[in-house]
Design a protein around this ligand. Structure first.
Ligand SMILES: NC(=O)c1ccc[n+]([C@@H]2O[C@H](COP(=O)([O-])OP(=O)(O)OC[C@H]3O[C@@H](n4cnc5c(N)ncnc54)[C@H](O)[C@@H]3O)[C@@H](O)[C@H]2O)c1
Length: 503
């Protein structure tokens, strides 16, 4: 099946085969042939090659860019996107780039000018606006039901703690005495596009200034800097005078609010989709059923609620037909730089900062030499020089075991069980009581492994107590009640007795 009315095809290379590999499945239907891949990591290359045995695969970016490809999908390290995209544009390739577009304003200027000079297509792969509910919200917004934009609350508040110590496929960082290249330290405000992006695309408005305060307390399990491991809230003044509250980062509760207020109506697409009409705070509330515009069946087969399909679709469409995609380099700059400036505003104690518009030469000139980044530790040097890899080499594996998404082990299970026990007698229903009992039973089974992991972590921490790595271990062991866990027989007896008492 081909969606575009042409036989022309695009030869695509994927640079960064973690997230990058998730785009392979629907490429064919979009006139895209994935013919090359590049990644430093052997396990990423092997997985890619297994999927596409005839593709050219290398760990060398120069060989990759010299191969016979028309376009590059850049999914390399977050802070390297501008550099890598400029290199691909200069090699004569169309480029689509994972979020975000750049890490400093100066790089943003360089990127915009490289795109203009190349004459090639550049798209940002910001997928959240293209999920079904957000596309549907845009359609309703354009019908005028909501009037003018006044305020929005959008979140991308997502605990990705374990990715400080693993790649996206769950493989612990290699070598194991390092932390992840950027996920371990990046400024919470910088990953801002999944929540601001939808509001920009739904309303068609541009961000004009931003203000944010610093949150002091980092979460346990991270190597803390002044700016990572936190929830980040910013207020963004949009071009019509409305305000967006953008909530991002890692916290003790993932939230994905999607709420927009207009002068005539309101929508809340957070879980059940409803709109309030009637041009009044007590107007009628109606449930609505979002529909895809077209090609929905195909979109539904792709990740992020179909959002991944549409970004590939728009990119192919722009190359094949010339019709512009939603995220060109200018709107990509608008959405990216808000996060950078929110970070700066928080460091400056909540000072509002104007968002430069890189369509304008005077704004570019003001920022072309601004390469200032937030301070952070070097993830390759989280132990002192001369450390013993026989001790430290297990760090990434140990840390990734403490914190994972499934909630079935480590720190999450421990806290689910022990804090659930504290709340047990206040719980409203049997389902929650059953859930706590299940967590306690699972913790009894997991305790010997968790205790072994605590001992291994403590060994690393005790060997290098002043290292950045030790700070992450310390907060993890405290959150895990490690002393109690390591007294394993008594801990198990206590849990078993609790089960007898409540059942
Ligand atoms: N839009 C989304 O929903 C979404 C989801 C996940 C990740 N992302 C973005 O995708 C990007 C990649 O993320 P990831 O989760 O795969 O994590 P990652 O940062 O661990 O992956 C980067 C991969 O690129 C490789 N790499 C980096 N520089 C390279 C170079 N010069 N040459 C060869 N290989 C190189 C690394 O070995 C690694 O496998 C990130 O910027 C992230 O923000 C977006």
């Amino acid at each position: 099946m081909s969606i575009f009315n042409t036989d022309k095809r695009i030869k695509l290379g994927i640079w960064g085969l973690g997230r990058g590999s998730s785009f392979i499945s629907c490429a064919n239907a979009l006139n895209i042939d994935v013919v090359a891949g590049c990644d430093y990591n052997l396990h990423m290359r092997e997985r890619f090659q297994k999927n596409l045995p005839n593709a050219f695969v290398t760990d060398n970016e120069d060989e990759f860019l010299a191969s016979d490809i028309d376009a590059v999908l850049v999914a390399t390290w977050f802070p390297a996107h501008a550099k890598d995209c400029i290199k691909a544009l200069n090699a004569g390739k169309h480029v689509m780039c994972e979020v975000t577009s750049f890490a400093t304003p100066g790089e943003g200027v360089q990127l915009v000018e490289a795109v203009e000079k190349s004459g090639k297509v550049y798209n940002l792969l910001e997928n959240y606006p293209f999920m079904k509910v957000n596309q549907y919200a845009k359609k309703l917004w354009q019908q005028g039901i909501f009037g003018d934009f006044t305020y929005a609350e959008y979140d991308y508040n997502h605990d990705c703690r374990s990715l400080s110590y693993t790649y996206i496929d769950g493989v612990p960082v290699i070598p194991g005495y390092e932390a992840h290249n950027w996920r371990s330290w990046y400024h919470s405000h910088h990953y801002n596009t999944h929540s601001l992006g939808p509001v920009m695309q739904i309303t068609g408005l541009r961000p004009e200034s931003v203000v944010a305060y610093e949150v002091k307390e980092p979460l346990p399990g991270f190597i803390p800097t002044k700016s990572n491991a936190r929830i980040g809230a910013s207020l963004i003044h949009m071009s019509n005078g409305g305000v967006v509250r953008n909530l991002i980062g890692t916290s003790s509760c993932d939230t994905h609010s999607k709420r927009i207020w207009g002068t005539r109506g309101f929508l809340d697409f957070t879980s059940n989709c409803y709109v309030r009409i009637g041009s009044s705070g007590h107007g009628r509330i109606l449930n609505v059923k979002p529909e895809w515009p077209a090609l929905g069946d195909l979109a539904d087969t792709m990740g992020h609620g179909g959002g991944d399909f549409w970004e590939l679709y728009y990119f192919a469409r722009e190359i094949l037909t010339g019709e512009k995609a939603p995220w060109d380099v200018y709107s990509a700059s608008d959405v990216t730089i808000v996060g950078i400036m929110a970070g700066r505003s928080s460091i400056a104690g909540g000072q509002p900062i104007t968002i430069p518009d890189f369509r304008k030469k005077e704004d570019r000139d003001r920022f072309r030499n601004d390469f200032e980044k937030p301070d952070h530790f070097d993830p390759k040097h989280i132990f002192p020089d001369g450390h013993d890899p026989a001790i430290t080499g297990n760090f990434a594996t140990v840390m990734s075991k403490f914190s994972n998404f499934s909630g079935n082990m480590g720190m999450v299970l421990l806290r689910n069980a022990r804090d659930g026990m504290k709340l047990y007698h206040e719980l409203a229903g049997d389902a929650d009581r059953f859930a706590v009992i299940t967590d306690v039973k699972n913790l009894i089974k997991a305790l010997p492994d968790l205790a072994a992991n605590c001992r291994e972590a403590k060994k690393i921490m005790d060997a290098y107590p002043a290292s950045p790595a030790a700070a992450a271990i310390k907060s993890t062991l405290e959150t895990c009640d490690a002393e109690w866990v390591m007294d394993t027989d008594n801990a198990i007896k206590e849990l078993q007795q609790w089960l007898v008492d409540v059942q």
